[in-house]
Design a protein around this ligand. Sequence first.
Ligand SMILES: C[S@@+](CC[C@H](N)C(=O)[O-])C[C@H]1O[C@@H](n2cnc3c(N)ncnc32)[C@H](O)[C@@H]1O
Length: 270
Amino acid sequence: MDKNSGYRTNVIGAGEVGVAFSVDMDKYVIHETNSLFWDTKGNDVLGATALPLYGAFVSEEKCQLFGNVSGKKVLEIGCGSGQSLQYHGERKASELWGMDLSENQIEKTRQYLTACGLSAKLICSPMEEECGIPEDYFDFVYSIYAIGWTTDLEGTFSRIASYLKKDGVFIFSWSHPIHKCVVAENDMLIFKKCYFDESWYSVSLDESTLTLSDRKLSTYVNALSKAGFVIEQMIEETEDEIMQSRDDNDDFAKKAKMLPVTFVIKARKL
Ligand SMILES: C[S@@+](CC[C@H](N)C(=O)[O-])C[C@H]1O[C@@H](n2cnc3c(N)ncnc32)[C@H](O)[C@@H]1O
């Protein structure tokens, strides 16, 4: 619990994984570390989270945040394996754009979409940086479990606002910060990390390393507001229908019954 101690509790995905240590925030080192992880391990270790799922227990089918995307221009930030772009392509979005830090993820997206008979404009870049994405252009910008990797939340939201047309919609999902603080142990949920601690840490996973920080919900809300967004909806629910399909002994499902493991925000550019 001591935010200054070297060892950290770390929750990634369904539970406590790997050994985590506090590190300094250095954007270049973090991009190098994380792109190496996503180039070499990525979804093979962490699995994909893609539409229609926003997270393990929240779906677009239930939330209907996008509505009809037919004829709309969509951009995915951190497009990973490309499955969410496929979801929009099959629903007749007029243009599919994706960007990701990792060359390998971009290549996976390209191959996946090609196999589905779809094409997209794909850009390899950190989301924090200028990378040639057009401004005042998109109806939707969205991100499924990628926004939290940014080293500069306010700068990233401000860039995303610039990509959207006026009244365009930004939708993103990420791990709920409460989920990151609580660990399931011996049939109990134990609060193991300080909710207020937004410092950076590295975690070793499958002989590779990831570096991240856990932000408070208010940090996301205030950064959206500063970038010129108004929040239209926020989802913290665990869907009963998905829960019922899970095994009774599944610790992640037991946790998700008690607290939100994912949050989703739908915001509009003013
Ligand atoms: C958990 S995956 C989610 C992607 C997608 N929803 C999926 O499941 O395939 C996170 C993605 O964010 C990308 N990413 C990490 N840091 C990034 C950054 N700073 N800028 C852009 N993409 C980043 C990773 O390369 C990875 O593809």
